[in-house]
Structure formats: C-alpha cells, structure tokens
Design a protein around this ligand. Structure first.
Ligand code: PNS
Length: 163
C-alpha cells in the first residue's frame, strides 16, 4: 500500500526547522507532498510562487526524490483527500505550538475522519526558530545563515533586505 503524507504550511519562508520535519517525513512516507497554503490570513511576505519555487530548489539540492511541492487553497483535508494522502504531517516545537495544533487536528479530524495528523518534535536546536524570526532578522540586515537551507539562503536574504 502506498502511503502519502501531506506536509502543509505557510512556509514564509521555508526554514531548517521545516527541513528537519520534512526529512523525518521522507523516512516514513513513500511520497511526501509539501502543500503551500495559497490564501493565508497571515498575508505572506513571499508570494505563493516564490515559496513553491524555493521549496522546489531545496528538493533538488537535497535530492529528495520522493518529495513533491504544490500550492493549495481551501480546506486542508479536502486537499489531502484529493491527492490520496491519509496523513497530515506537522512539526511541534514547544508547548505553545501544542494548543494550536491540538485545535486544528481536532477540527480536521471532525471534517474528515479518515485523515490523521502525525507530529515530529523539532530538534532542540530548532526550538527557537520560526519563519517570522527569519523574516525579522533578514529584514533588519542580520545573518540568516544556518536558519534556512543553504540553497535558498541568498534568495531569501536579498528579498528580505529589498522589501
Ligand atoms: O505554517 P502554518 O501557517 O502554521 O500552517 C497552517 C496551515 C496551513 C496548516 C492551516 O492554516 C491550514 O490547514 N489551512 C487551510 C484551511 C483549513 O483547512 N482550515 C481548517 C483547519 S484550521
């Protein structure tokens, strides 16, 4: 049986914390579909196309042949069902993530009983890391080295300093 996991998020931008979760997912699922949320209430800094293209570049650089990326709109469970994914993959950094994750997992479960959410704990060295921290540091001219994958570091840094 082929298992597909969907790894959804805003990825604004994709960080080494996301990479950590993605690599765990790759070791567990035959196919991992990264789903970039198109119309987020968070008004992303990077366009959907920029976010998808950067993740494509990471997939290529890291030779992740079982990973695909696309953007999605609407309900996550509907997107998961449309690509045949029975599992939603999420990362947990701290207790503060838990409440939000607990709520969306329960809602998603209610919306579609056949789809289950699995979590990977972030490595301790990534527990402080978030896309918003990367955006803030980059916009203020600080170094984002080691916070985002090397293959997209320059693109992110340039874009953040020129926004
Ligand atoms: O990286 P994020 O911003 O924490 O990801 C949030 C995401 C994309 C998983 C969540 O906003 C989502 O699933 N949005 C799609 C709309 C949806 O399905 N809503 C119902 C459950 S909250």
């Amino acid at each position: 049986m082929s298992h597909i996991g969907v790894y959804p998020g805003s990825f604004d931008p994709f960080t080494v914390g996301h990479m950590d979760v993605l690599l765990h997912a790759v070791s567990l699922f035959e196919t991992v579909q990264v789903g970039v949320l198109r119309n987020s209430a968070k008004s992303p800094v990077f366009t959907t196309e920029e976010r998808v293209t950067m993740i494509e570049r990471v997939i290529e650089a890291e030779k992740l042949s079982s990973v695909r990326v696309a953007s999605f709109d609407g309900l996550l469970v509907d997107y998961a069902a449309s690509i045949g994914a029975k599992y939603i993959i999420r990362g947990l950094r701290a207790i503060t993530d838990f409440e939000y994750e607990f709520q969306i997992a329960a809602l998603n479960r209610r919306l579609n009983r056949d789809i289950c959410t699995v979590y990977f704990m972030a490595s301790p060295e990534h527990s402080f890391l978030s896309s918003s921290a990367v955006r803030e540091i980059g916009a203020m001219g600080g170094s984002i080295e080691g916070l985002v994958p090397p293959s997209i570091e320059k693109t992110i840094a340039e874009r953040l300093t020129n926004q």
